[in-house]
Design a protein around this ligand. Structure first.
Ligand SMILES: NC(=O)c1ccc[n+]([C@@H]2O[C@H](COP(=O)([O-])OP(=O)(O)OC[C@H]3O[C@@H](n4cnc5c(N)ncnc54)[C@H](O)[C@@H]3O)[C@@H](O)[C@H]2O)c1
Ligand SMILES: N[C@H](CO)Cc1c[nH]c[nH+]1
Ligand SMILES: [Zn+2]
Length: 432
């Protein structure tokens, strides 16, 4: 981890850079995979599964038997944990239901919005280095609450050609309709364009590595909607001298272990804390089964000492982390001043892992600074709001003359006419 003391503002851009693959080549590679899947369907999908996931598949559909057999391998303890998490995620997302109000903008002019679920959605569940069955809940639970009619899921199979049993269990619990053994770019392309097996969907959701994220961005340019760019995980801990270095180190490592391109940052006003965290990270790292991945990702990570909390917050808002843990004396006050972050965790007993699994919030969040403009997945991500209006004769009489003047000035006479013919009818009735 790089230790940086009192950086000047001119250094910020360099310090806050995310680790990334060579973008030029990344997009070229991804584009060529998408094109082949679009043209050749299942055949190309199977070929890419052999290349990237090292598995020869005769059928990419998870059958009823595979589903049942897989679920039977999930232990009761894990089932109970997943069930508890699902309940909290459901409670939090159900509370986000939209209740549109009818608004009378003028007498006789009523406008309102109605939430309507996206009919066909595709969920991507990462599985390159860890089977993220928690992500199934994060995506399928709000999809079902929203009322999506067709919920399909793609995830990379293991080397045995099977989907992880806990992914199958979570999918069944949350109400997923169909599962396909497809990962990476080929999964995104299959859901964007459809293949013989995988249906084309209207919107694709889910996190993934840089290949998956680039694929989502490319297909969304023209052909399908996506939730947001949810790439390699990030966490920033914003801490002062009151923070517990053991907790801080554990939180940094919890995201560092996701992948070699994850990033963990500490921004602190306390040099003592910073030094204690360095020692603690080293101590905890060697105990981790995924220490090699975490160690690589820590080489992208920074511990930054700043002059005061004002500067800490400015740096944080510029970084716009996916996750922000605030471990300071007055965390409520500090949190009030956070404007750019995906999900914020307050106080010593709110580890980021809680949001990853079971507190109820969604863990599919914008990375790479996109938190400046995007929200994480929520119930809203699965609906559209259609506007309605009903205008009575007295309403068109009230707004019609203004519409006529505006349309005439935009030189759009047909628009004006659509109002004029109605106003004339109303006038004629009055004359009679
Ligand atoms: N932002 C979020 O909300 C969020 C949530 C959970 C996980 N994540 C991130 O998701 C990622 C999961 O990554 P992962 O790799 O474990 O799983 P993944 O499922 O995203 O990617 C695995 C797939 O990548 C493809 N791939 C690998 N190397 C490739 C190459 N050279 N060319 C083309 N395709 C290639 C393969 O098809 C493989 O199936 C991690 O970076 C993690 O941090 C983010
Ligand atoms: N931290 C990830 C989001 O960046 C989500 C996750 C799933 N499992 C564990 N963590
Ligand atoms: Zn995580």
């Amino acid at each position: 981890m790089k230790l940086i003391k009192y950086p000047s503002r001119t250094e910020w851009a360099e310090i806050l850079k995310r680790p990334s693959l060579d973008t030029e080549n990344l997009f070229d590679t991804v584009r060529s995979i998408i094109d082949r899947v679009k043209d050749e369907g299942d055949r190309a999908v199977k070929e890419y599964e052999a290349v990237f996931d090292k598995v020869e598949l005769s059928n990419i559909v998870v059958t009823e038997e595979e589903w049942t057999e897989g679920i039977a391998n999930v232990g009761e303890e894990l089932k109970a944990a997943i069930t508890l998490a699902k309940k909290n995620i459901e409670t939090f997302h159900a509370a986000q239901r939209f209740t549109g109000q009818k608004v009378e903008t003028m007498p006789g002019v009523t406008c309102w919005q109605k939430a309507v679920a996206i009919e066909k959605v595709g969920l991507y569940i990462p599985g390159g280095t860890a089977p993220l069955f928690s992500t199934v809940l994060m995506l399928a639970v709000p999809a079902k609450i929203a009322g999506c009619q067709e919920v399909v899921l793609c995830t990379p199979p293991g080397k045995n050609g099977k989907v992880h049993p806990a992914v199958l269990f979570a999918a069944q619990l949350a109400g997923v309709d169909r599962i396909f053994k497809v990962g990476g770019v080929q999964a995104i392309a299959a859901m964007a364009y459809g293949t013989e097996s995988v249906p084309k969907v209207y919107k694709i959701f889910g996190p993934g590595n840089q290949y998956v994220t680039a694929a989502k961005q490319l297909v969304s340019l023209r052909d399908v909607a996506i939730d947001m760019p949810a790439g390699p995980s990030e966490v920033e801990v914003l801490a002062d001298a009151s923070a517990n270095p053991v907790f801080v180190a554990a939180d940094l490592l919890s995201q560092a272990e996701h992948g070699v391109d994850s990033q963990a940052m500490l921004v602190t006003t306390s040099e003592d804390l910073l030094l204690e965290v360095v020692e603690e990270v080293e101590r905890q790292l060697i105990e981790l089964p995924r220490w090699e991945i975490a160690a690589k990702s820590l080489s992208n990570s920074k511990l930054i000492l700043v002059r005061d909390m004002k500067e800490a917050l400015e740096l944080t808002n510029e970084y716009a982390p996916e996750h922000l843990i605030v471990e300071t004396e007055s965390h409520t006050e500090v949190a009030e001043r956070v404007v750019n972050a995906g999900s914020v965790f307050l106080g010593s007993y709110s580890p980021e892992s809680a949001g990853d699994y079971a507190s109820g919030t969604n863990h599919t969040l914008p990375t790479n600074g996109y938190a400046k403009a995007y929200s994480g997945v929520s119930l809203d991500s699965f609906i559209r709001k259609i506007t309605f209006q009903e205008i009575l004769p007295e309403g068109i009489a009230a707004i019609g003359p203004s519409i006529e003047i505006m349309a005439a000035n935009e030189q759009l006479d047909a628009h004006k006419n659509a109002v004029s013919v109605r106003l004339e009818k109303i006038d004629n009735k009055k004359l009679k």
